[in-house]
Write a protein that binds this ligand. Structure first.
Ligand code: KG4
Ligand code: ZN
Length: 597
């Protein structure tokens, strides 16, 4: 600490009479340059230290000078209150006095306490200006500070908001806020705040003033700041930001962001949409009760839900029905009863409101969830759509253009998850439970075979065949395993065995999906790969896909979990794309349970 070093320089000089800078540097274990600066500081603090030049030269104190280390002078005593604030103290011109006071304080301490005394200064630091703010160096600060201390009236010329003014002020106190100095001064009986940097001229008068006995600087400042802040930001601004900018906004501090009243996303060229609401009415509870989807129950529940869902979607988007420009609806594929509810509702709504109606393929919705999530994709992109009803591989050659490369010959991957979960008594839907349990299991514990398709399908000779999937064999293998365990009397299984079975099943599914996806990407020269549909919520599939993408140097797109499983936003996104392309449906639109894409 500097004060303790100054002290040891002083005592060395007193004891030895004459000492050279290198000797002092040795004794204090600092550089010679530091000693030069310390000697300057001692001289500035009023210690009569002299340099004798020449070979025999060195520093010495004025003959007979004995510093009284424990008697503080008035400026030193005043400066003591600024000892923790070296920056502001220097701005007020109190630095030499402060250093001298610290040295004396140090001297007054018993030697064994000295090392500890420096701890505060070494461990706490004040940086007064706020971020992006510059510390001011007001010209008249020192003069005003001395007038404050000595209670002299001052006459100032200053720049107010409107004009240059002259005032005779009784300076009551100084405040440093965010790097700026403010003067609390009394004029004509009332106290006002002046920014010291705006003081153009200041003369300190000989005349003294009487400081009001009840004036409390801290209390005054608190009320003054509340008033000032209200005056400082009278207007609000509307600022347009990119999605990245909105993210950064949360990290931005005053004075750039005062209050954020409302953050509202708007579309831009890369993402010509914003999702204002995405309401999903899940029927999972009903299906769980029946161990799977009962088509008749599903469509009846759709009838009950659909009005409320549309109302909520509008409400969350803060939109009225007459502000809507079009209606998009899933025409297929899927359960015909459920599809019909949506198609009939959408047709009625469009007709009643004279709105254009846009038909959407369910899987196109899943593919568009990737654009919704990521903005423009690197094309062409190999995209896997894996859901409860489908496992299909597409090449997206241009936005809205999908070419089928392969699909499952029997069960869908999600369906396999649901059936295996049912077999193990894990409930509906199976995907999320199996996913969760698999994390605790050994994925090599049970050897489950997977059918590998090597030849074209007679029913779809245009497809290469090698990119097709098959999961019914896997499902049967799990069934066989369960039956053999039952026959061996090893049923019900332990938690670990269930976890092992889930992990082993999941490994085979995920490996087969990624194998075909990356094979297709390579074969068709894709610039990226994507995975969409309910099964893309699977944690292992997501992690392995990203890892493989990284390994082979291919960007991999996955929707957020909310956009993975069936949702309204993806249908709206696909609808928007077709709407822009001029696609419209007439009043004869019908649901198509096996619509192809
Ligand atoms: O796309 P989606 O919501 O509905 C259909 O279009 O079918 O997909 C639902 C399917 C269900 O089979 C469900 O078990 C599966 O997605 N799924 C999962 C996971 N979450 C949902 N499969 C594996 N792991 C998951 N985490
Ligand atoms: Zn789906």
């Amino acid at each position: 600490m500097r004060a303790s070093r100054l002290l040891s320089i002083l005592t060395t000089l007193q004891a030895r009479g004459q000492v050279t800078a290198p000797e002092l540097a040795d004794a204090c274990e600092v550089s010679v340059r530091t000693i030069y600066r310390d000697i300057d500081a001692l001289a500035a603090a009023g210690v009569p230290v002299y340099a004798d030049r020449g070979a025999e030269g060195g520093y010495r104190l004025l003959d007979g000078y004995r510093v009284r280390l424990n008697g503080l002078s008035q400026p030193e005593a005043e400066a003591l209150f600024m000892t923790g604030l070296p920056g502001p103290a220097a701005a007020l011109g109190l630095e030499p006095a402060m250093l001298a006071a610290q040295t004396k304080l140090m001297a007054a301490l018993p030697a064994n306490l000295r090392p500890n005394a420096g701890r505060m200064q070494e461990r706490f630091h004040l940086d007064a200006p706020s971020w992006f703010g510059e510390a001011e160096q007001p010209k008249h600060l020192r003069a005003i500070a001395s007038a404050v201390l000595r209670e002299n009236l001052i006459e100032i010329r200053y720049q107010s908001w409107r004009a240059e003014k002259r005032r005779r002020v009784a300076p009551l106190g100084l405040v440093l806020k965010g790097g700026n100095w403010y003067l609390a001064g009394q004029v004509d009986g009332s106290v006002r705040t002046y920014r010291v940097a705006r003081v153009l001229d200041c003369s300190v008068l000989d005349e003294h003033f009487v400081r009001p006995a009840d004036f409390d600087l801290a209390a005054y400042w608190q009320t003054a700041t509340i008033r000032l802040e209200a005056e400082m930001h009278p207007n609000t601004a509307t600022v347009r930001l990119s999605p990245f900018g909105i993210k950064l906004l949360n990290a931005l501090s005053q004075p750039y962001v005062k209050t954020r009243t409302r953050i509202e996303e708007t579309a831009d060229a890369g993402r010509p949409w914003i999702v204002r609401s995405n309401v999903v009415a899940s029927q999972a509870d009903i299906h769980r009760e029946w161990g799977g989807v009962v088509p008749e129950l599903a469509s009846r529940q759709h009838v009950r839900d659909i009005c409320g869902v549309v109302e909520r979607a509008l409400e969350q988007a803060s939109l009225r029905l007459d502000e809507i420009d079009g209606v998009a609806v899933t025409e297929g594929p899927g359960l015909v009863g459920s599809l019909l509810v949506g198609v009939s509702f959408a047709k009625s709504l469009a007709a009643a409101r004279k709105l254009p109606l846009v038909p959407v393929h369910h899987l196109a919705g899943h593919i568009e969830s990737l654009f919704l999530q990521n903005g423009p994709l690197a094309l062409p992109s190999a995209v896997l759509v894996v859901s409860g009803g489908h496992t299909s591989l597409y090449l997206v050659t241009a936005p809205g253009a999908y070419r089928l490369l392969g699909r499952t010959r029997d069960d869908a991957a999600g369906e396999a998850y649901d059936k295996v979960a049912k077999l193990l008594g894990l409930g509906y839907p199976g995907g999320p439970v199996v996913d969760r349990l698999a994390r605790q299991g050994n994925d090599r514990a049970i050897d489950l075979p997977l059918t590998r398709i090597t030849h074209a399908d007679r029913n779809a000779p245009q497809l290469p065949g090698r990119l097709d999937f098959s999961y019914s064999g896997l499902k049967t293998a799990v069934l066989r395993h369960v039956e053999s365990r039952k026959a061996a009397g090893a049923w019900p299984p332990s938690d670990q065995e269930v976890a092992d079975l889930c992990a082993s099943f999941q490994r085979v599914v995920v490996e087969s999906l990624l194998d075909r996806l990356f094979a297709a990407a390579g074969q068709y020269g894709a610039a990226s790969a994507g995975i969409a549909g309910g099964v893309s919520a699977n944690s292992r599939l997501r992690a392995d896909a990203l890892a493989t993408g990284e390994k082979v140097g291919l960007p991999v797109y996955i929707p957020s979990l909310a956009l993975s499983t069936d949702n309204a936003a993806m249908i709206a996104a696909a609808g928007l794309r077709r709407f822009a392309a001029g696609v419209r449906a007439g009043a004869d639109l019908n649901a198509d349970a096996s619509l192809t894409l």
